[in-house]
Design a protein around this ligand. Structure first.
Ligand code: C2E
Ligand code: CA
Ligand code: CA
Length: 511
């Protein structure tokens, strides 16, 4: 079959598929970029934490070194060691103060000399480090105390929190960077907080020092991944949008191709593959040829000759039936026109039309052009409109049928008896012929009810003064019955099957 009988997808479905094919690369690409941004941020926070860890270890090395040098002096009088304590403060860049301890009592300090304050080893994480929120000298200023003890003696060296928070800010930059010692932690603004470190929302990295009792955590604030993408990926985003547009366009075109038989039919129309076949119509009494019905065939390059019921519905749906009928009429006129001077009485030429022909007045011109190809009064053009597809009476249809009649074009109701046309309908469109559907003809001598309907149609047409054509006459018995009931015209295999133009023209000369 040349066309698949797959129904055309709905417009909304087609738009949805186009949108999806456009959005898919954008969404997928953005997802990959999101993952990539996440990975980059994770690496960034890992590096930052690593760097901070190293710096803090270096600073603590410096502080611990001071404590190691002072520890052997523990126990000596403050007077003796005071200078040594101060010397360490001056020599070591990060050391703020130094102190000596004996029997858990701080008895000598670089700042005050003789001093007296108990030392509680439990304040120090692993007995070594204490992050304090200042002391009486500098309250509310972070201070990191390093404790070294041996036997009854001990040394305490302190590291100024200013250096620590400064380092957090320098290394951290856009990162959230924190230093944790036991249950206290230092934020970038230099403040000491108590309690567990709050979770960092994006790309958190947590590193523990292997040498001192502290850890460092780094990460980014909420929404950082999107902010990072917005500032770093605009060219990639433009590329994604470009791919999206291309993909949507491809999706749109492919759908058009795959879902529309009209594409294939348009090609066939341009290649003149739709050709007329002719089936003779004979007089009821004399059985002489009174005319012919033009029946369309698709001369398909691969499928061969295709029956009209396989493609006419698609042609109607796509609106291509109008130009296809026009082409069929032109071919018919070109084939029969030159022979029209030999036609004895007006020769009936039946053309099938559909409701889509009745939406505007273009048909009038097609008919005028058709008739102009024939010798004057040599033909009678009959437009066959199937009863199955009744047309709505509107201003346009009224004008159309008036103008067609003015041209001398006749109207036949095809497949009569299968639809719902009323007397009003027949009058409104000035119908000239009824074509009795072949299903009734086939029932002659078989089914009493069908014969009854047939008789009623014949009576009706006589009363309304309409010409009547019986279709599908295949047997002599049917022909006899119809002739006996005064049916004017007969059409069917008994008199001739639809045939190509050449056969029809050569047969015409014998009749
Ligand atoms: P239709 O207008 O009712 O045409 C009569 C159909 O009956 C034709 O089928 C014809 O070959 C077939 N037929 C004629 N005599 C006999 C017979 O004795 N026995 C049997 N069994 N069949 C007979 P066809 O050519 O296959 O056309 C089928 C339908 O396709 C037509 O029905 C018509 O509705 C449509 N069609 C054909 N050509 C055109 C066209 O150019 N335009 C439009 N809109 N429709 C067309
Ligand atoms: Ca017909
Ligand atoms: Ca018919």
């Amino acid at each position: 079959m040349p066309l698949t009988v797959k129904p055309r997808r709905k417009r909304s479905a087609r738009i949805a598929v186009t949108l999806i094919s456009g959005l898919l690369p954008i969404v997928l690409g953005s997802f990959i970029l999101y993952l990539q941004a996440g990975r980059t941020l994770q690496q960034g926070s890992q590096q930052t934490a690593q760097e901070a860890l190293q710096q803090f270890e270096l600073m603590l090395d410096n502080t611990a070194q001071a404590a190691r040098e002072l520890l052997p002096l523990a126990g000596q009088t403050c007077e003796n060691v005071k200078l040594a304590l101060r010397e360490q403060v001056i020599r070591r860049p990060f050391v703020r103060s130094t102190n000596l301890v004996w029997d858990n009592n701080l008895y000598c300090s670089s700042l005050f000399g003789n001093f007296k304050e108990p030392v509680n080893a439990g304040d120090y994480v692993q007995g070594r480090l204490w992050l304090m929120n200042g002391n009486p000298v500098t309250p509310n200023t972070a201070l990191l105390v390093y404790r070294l003890s041996e036997g009854r003696g001990g040394a305490l060296t302190t590291l100024d929190g200013y250096h620590l928070s400064n380092m957090l800010r320098l290394i951290g930059r856009q990162t959230m960077l924190r230093l944790q010692v036991g249950a206290s932690w230092l934020s970038m603004d230099g403040r000491v907080h108590e309690g567990a470190l709050p979770q960092i929302p994006v790309a958190q990295s947590l590193l523990d020092s292997s040498r001192y009792a502290f850890s460092v955590s780094a990460g980014f604030p909420e929404g950082e991944t999107w902010r990072y993408m917005a500032s770093n990926y605009p060219p990639l985003f433009s590329l994604l949008v470009f791919f999206g547009v291309v993909s949507a366009a491809i999706g749109h075109v492919l759908q058009k191709r795959s879902t529309s038989p009209s594409h294939e039919m348009l090609r066939a129309l341009e290649a003149n593959e739709f050709i007329p076949y002719f089936q003779p119509v004979v007089h009821g009494d004399s059985k002489k040829w009174s005319g012919a019905e033009v029946l369309m065939r698709w001369n398909h390059p691969k499928e061969g000759l295709v029956r009209p019921d396989l493609f006419i519905p698609f042609a109607e749906h796509s609106g291509l039936i109008v130009p296809m009928t026009r082409a069929l009429m032109r071919q018919t006129a070109a084939l029969l026109g030159p022979r029209s001077s030999t036609f004895a009485a007006p020769f009936h030429i039946g053309i099938n039309i559909t409701a889509s022909h009745c939406r505007d007045l273009a048909l009038v011109n097609d008919c005028r052009e058709f008739l102009a190809s024939f010798a004057p009064d040599s033909v009678s053009l009959v437009l066959e409109l199937t009863e199955r597809e009744l047309i709505e009476p509107t201003e346009i249809t009224q004008q159309l049928f008036e103008q067609l009649h003015a041209l001398g074009v006749k109207i036949a109701i095809d497949d009569f008896g299968t639809g719902h046309s009323s007397l009003g309908y027949l009058r409104r469109f000035n119908v000239d012929f009824l074509k009795i559907d072949q299903s009734f003809v086939a029932m002659i001598g078989v089914d009493a009810l069908s014969r009854h309907i047939l008789d009623t149609i014949i009576e009706l047409s006589a009363k309304l003064d309409l010409g009547i054509v019986a279709e599908g006459v295949e047997t002599q018995a049917q022909a006899d019955y119809l002739t006996a009931h005064n049916v004017n015209f007969l059409q069917g295999y008994l008199y001739g099957k639809p045939m190509p133009a050449a056969d029809f023209i050569s047969a015409l000369s014998h009749h």
